[in-house]
Design a protein around this ligand. Sequence first.
Ligand SMILES: Nc1ncnc2c1ncn2[C@@H]1O[C@H](COP(=O)(O)OP(=O)(O)OP(=O)(O)O)[C@@H](O)[C@H]1O
Ligand SMILES: [Mg+2]
Length: 266
Amino acid sequence: MSAILTAEHVTKSYPVPGGEMVAIRNLSLDIAEGEFLCLLGASGCGKSTMLNMFAGFTAPTTGRVLLQGRPITGIEPRCGMVFQSYALFPWKTVQENIEFPLRMRDVPRSERRAIASSLIEMVHLDGFADRYPGELSGGMQQRVTLARCLAADPLVMLMDEPFAALDAMTRQVMQDELLRIQERSGKTIVFITHNIDEAIILGHRIVVMSARPGRIRTIVENPLPRPRHVGVQTSHAFADLKAELWAQIEEEVMQHVAASRLAEHA
Ligand SMILES: Nc1ncnc2c1ncn2[C@@H]1O[C@H](COP(=O)(O)OP(=O)(O)OP(=O)(O)O)[C@@H](O)[C@H]1O
Ligand SMILES: [Mg+2]
């Protein structure tokens, strides 16, 4: 397996009053080129922290993060981030938003137009090129964000709960779309989710994290065949894998629920 992205004994602590808080402890992980990897774990287990280190937004306290074998030392443009909030330019049209990373690379206008048009088609936004983000639904805005990330043509797409704000039906449409995009483009994707079903629908592998400090609890190979479709949710294999994953995180989630109830009543 040739790893495109690697975490090598990564520990990340944040300073807190009176000491430090270890968000991630000694986490090592190899992500293969072309892999769709889902990071699954309860709130606060360090998923965003890990993703932010892959993007170079923040550095490990100890250990290393490598892209194609070389340490990531600053913001890494070859790792494109898609956030939960859409983060589009509200004053730019769909077309202009998608063209933005191409402008940054001085891609000639006609080429920019052509690339943006094909991406608009890919994410099924034909006819909406001249609309502004404020005129679109959440699902449509998230598709623009996806297209903009693809326009930048990053080596790796880092996605931090990109579909969490969407309603259940739109979420399924987006999951299907992302599966098609990944299968067609062969992009490496690191995708964070709280949602077991989403992790099973999307991932080649599912990394289950546990909290305080964040560690890898287990890594599950997803046996469901590809090309994959959201309809896979009705299969026995899906139910079996869900039961297996739930057993892994149940304890963690229950502790979290108990802790928040205590906090509520404090
Ligand atoms: N900049 C920061 N300063 C101090 N502590 C932080 C900072 N960022 C994150 N943390 C802490 O690190 C831990 C992990 O946070 P992180 O955001 O990575 O979790 P997460 O798994 O993404 O959670 P969620 O699912 O809620 O998004 C949390 O306890 C959080 O409070
Ligand atoms: Mg997070």
